[in-house]
Design a protein around this ligand. Structure first.
Ligand code: TMO
Length: 314
């Protein structure tokens, strides 16, 4: 009798150990948001593929890149793989303060997102990259749309909401025009290249563009923590946003704080995920230069980089 009971306990213990693999994770889909720039979409499919390989159910949803932090906090979206400090630091911090979202990990990648120009622009405005020199050249960036003010071609409105505030805070002779998509930025850049028209637009690193168009970021007054909230910071004592974005920004991974309990194995892998600048630039290149769709780009990336991701899973 006693012996039999002991065996049963032994069998139960074995079953429990087996269940600690994947069976512990919920069969509900892990919801991964995709946004409107290529590396983020490819990275999302890279990680989605890894989770699916582990037996997880995964669902992708297209999401606004600012509102997503509130969605993660509420558990409507499970995680976010590219939290760029320049564009999303404020929304992410606000969600962290409210609670419900985790700062899971920081990629090795160092990021910068800001006003940028291709090198031919510097020939027409030799004082660059200084922002005051840029401002003195404003009229060479004028378009019919902006009259005698220079045009700054910003990204889609969900990326950064403070370019116009910066123009106002620094008294710049520029008008901000937002592109409708990342593809529209590259199309304008390629068109300007044909006749070396000066252009200043939003760009970021890591990105595929650095391999195609040599260029530089405009040097604004250096970012200081709180420049977006405290008028005393930056050169204009009466205005916020009188500074550039961080020149060495973070790239973080965020997740709903219910994820570790609901999908413990997937969360343990998420904590180990870590991409570098060249790896992220490569993800963008597979789509924006090689013309793959994001799903195929993710498969190509996984195949070429098994040494990187396999240890995260094992
Ligand atoms: C959010 N982005 C990387 C496009 O600057």
């Amino acid at each position: 009798m006693q012996r039999h009971a002991k065996l049963l306990i032994g069998a139960a213990a074995v079953a429990l150990t087996a269940a600690q693999g994947h069976a512990q994770d919920s069969s509900d889909p892990i919801i991964i948001p995709t946004h409107n720039w290529s590396s983020q979409i490819v990275m999302s499919h890279v990680v989605g593929n890894i989770f699916e390989d582990m037996g997880m159910s995964v669902e992708f949803i297209s999401a606004d890149s600012q509102a997503v932090y509130e969605a993660i906090r509420l558990g409507d979206v499970t995680l976010g793989l590219e939290v760029w400090e320049g564009a999303f630091g404020a929304s992410f911090s606000a969600a962290l303060e409210k609670g419900g979202i985790l700062d899971v990990a920081t990629h090795d990648a160092i990021t910068r997102e800001d006003w940028w120009y291709p090198m031919w622009t510097k020939e027409a405005c030799p004082g660059l990259p200084d922002w005051e020199a840029l401002n003195a050249c404003a009229e060479i960036f004028a378009t019919p749309e902006t009259g005698d003010r220079g045009r700054f071609l910003g990204g889609p409105v969900d990326w950064l909401k403070n370019d116009q505030q910066r123009v106002d805070a620094l008294g710049m002779n520029f008008t901000v025009v937002n592109a409708g998509s990342a593809a529209a930025l590259w199309a304008e850049l390629a068109a300007a290249e044909r006749d070396s028209t000066p252009i200043v637009l939003f760009n970021w690193t890591p990105n595929f563009a650095e391999a195609v168009w040599p260029g530089e970021f405009v040097e604004f007054p250096a970012w200081e923590e709180g420049c977006d909230k405290d008028p005393a910071l930056g050169p204009n004592p009466d205005a916020t946003y009188d500074c550039g974005n961080p020149a060495d920004g973070y790239l973080k991974i965020a997740a709903w704080d219910g994820m570790p309990e609901k999908w413990p194995t997937a969360f343990a892998v998420l904590e180990r995920i870590n991409f570098s600048n060249p790896q992220i630039a490569e993800m963008a290149k597979l789509v924006d230069i090689d013309g793959l769709d994001p799903e195929d780009a993710a498969l190509a990336w996984l195949e070429a980089n098994e040494d990187t991701w396999r240890p995260w899973v094992e």
